[in-house]
Design a protein around this ligand. Structure first.
Ligand SMILES: *Cc1c(COP(=O)(O)O)cnc(C)c1O
Length: 379
């Protein structure tokens, strides 16, 4: 089945008991048992919920894995995943990644005895040099947030597997429509379902997908024990978003390609970061491991004094955190998504006071360019 069809119909195209086309929202905390020793398979919604099961199965199929697990947020998913490991374990992590992930690892898991090395994982030599005997996992974001560096998933998988560890890929930026890390060798895929999967800036959600039963079992136990599971209604919103994922991704990408080209020629813009540019350092790699370049565009303004003016004067493009929704959002990573990352580390990865990140939505591209044009002309 093609991905477009799978997104619309999901794992179960209609509800078996009622015929409902839209997956029912099973808003029930607990489930009745007919008698001792008998169960419908559902006991308590922290452990299993029929609506959430549908999302989990759909995501497993979309990522070409076997097991999906849905969490209340992307951070909830990542925090659950770390509990597969033990204090003393070491991780090699992309230095350019979502600031909340940095904060979670550095501020919360380092004090519990986990160790993290932050490296530019798009440079394979640096990744292999960072491995230690106690390295248990490589955690990459590709393309990275916000610099759009692309890491080689298959090579990273081979390297860490030879070392006896796991490859974990945050696939939020491209979504399963454009990239599937599991068939390339990754062990676990993460999504902030808040972004492209749900796609409408109206819910938070998080996802893990694995292929291997030996990983699914402990992850499921952690999910059920910790309880940061996705609520039935937020699950339904995520499922509803997924139905149009392919259409939205195509439109976001078309718009992003045009906007990236427009920005690259603008006199107030110094440089544009977009993996779909043929001169992007990992353009060839993107063409091999992904089916698209996505809808995220970052750029440096020439003058940091123009940042507040640009943010104030945009009218259609909204100045807000987050990404992957139908509305175009402009983010200032330095003070928003990446404020938790120490200044030296931010500077080394290129997140400076002139960097802007644009999540391109599905509006008409002419309107988006007109808005950028008027706002930049007022700078
Ligand atoms: C937003 C985001 C997260 C965190 O997800 P939440 O749903 O906000 O908890 C993790 N990774 C990436 C790449 C993100 O963009």
């Amino acid at each position: 089945m093609q991905v477009e069809t799978l997104c619309v119909h999901g794992a179960t195209p209609f509800d078996k008991t009622t015929g409902a086309i839209s997956v029912p929202i099973y808003q029930s905390a607990t489930f009745h048992h007919p008698e001792l020793g008998q169960s419908t398979g559902f006991d308590y919604s922290r452990c299993e919920n029929p609506t959430r099961n549908e999302l989990e199965q759909t995501l497993a199929m979309l990522e070409q894995g076997n097991y999906g697990l849905a969490f209340a947020t992307g951070m909830g998913a990542i925090s659950a995943l770390i509990k597969l490991f033990k204090p003393g374990d070491h991780f090699v992590v992309s230095s350019d990644l979502y600031g909340g992930t940095y904060r979670l690892f550095n501020d919360f898991y380092v004090p519990y005895g986990f160790a993290f090395s932050w490296v530019d994982t798009s440079d394979f030599a640096l990744v292999s040099a960072a491995l230690r005997p106690e390295t248990r996992a490589l955690f990459i974001e590709t393309p990275s947030n916000p610099m759009m560096n692309v890491s080689d998933i298959a090579r990273c998988a081979a390297l860490i597997h030879e070392h006896g560890g796991l490859l974990i890929v945050d696939n939020t930026f491209l979504s399963p429509y454009f990239q599937n890390p599991l068939p390339l060798g990754a062990d676990i895929v993460i999504h902030s379902g808040t972004k492209y999967l749900a796609g409408h800036n109206d819910t938070l959600s998080g996802v893990l997908v694995a292929s291997n039963r030996e990983l699914e079992e402990p992850l499921r136990t952690i999910q059920r024990s910790e309880g940061a599971t996705l609520s039935p209604f937020d699950t339904w919103l995520t499922l509803r978003g997924i139905k149009t994922l392919p259409l939205r991704m195509e439109r976001c990408q078309d718009n992003a390609q045009r906007i990236a080209a427009y920005l690259a020629k603008h006199p107030r813009v110094e440089r544009v970061f977009y993996p779909g540019f043929t001169d992007h350092p990992q353009y060839a790699l993107s063409c091999v491991q992904a089916r698209g370049f996505g809808g995220m565009v970052s750029f440096y303004l020439k003058d940091a004094n123009h940042v507040p003016l640009l943010l104030k004067n945009l009218s259609l493009i909204l100045f807000a955190e987050s990404l992957g929704g139908v509305e175009s959002l402009m983010t200032y990573p330095l003070v928003q998504t990446h404020s938790a990352i120490p200044p030296e580390m931010r500077a080394a990865s290129g997140v400076n006071e002139r960097l802007m990140r644009l999540s391109v939505g599905i509006e008409h591209c002419d309107d988006l360019i007109a808005d950028l044009d008027q706002a930049l002309s007022l700078c």
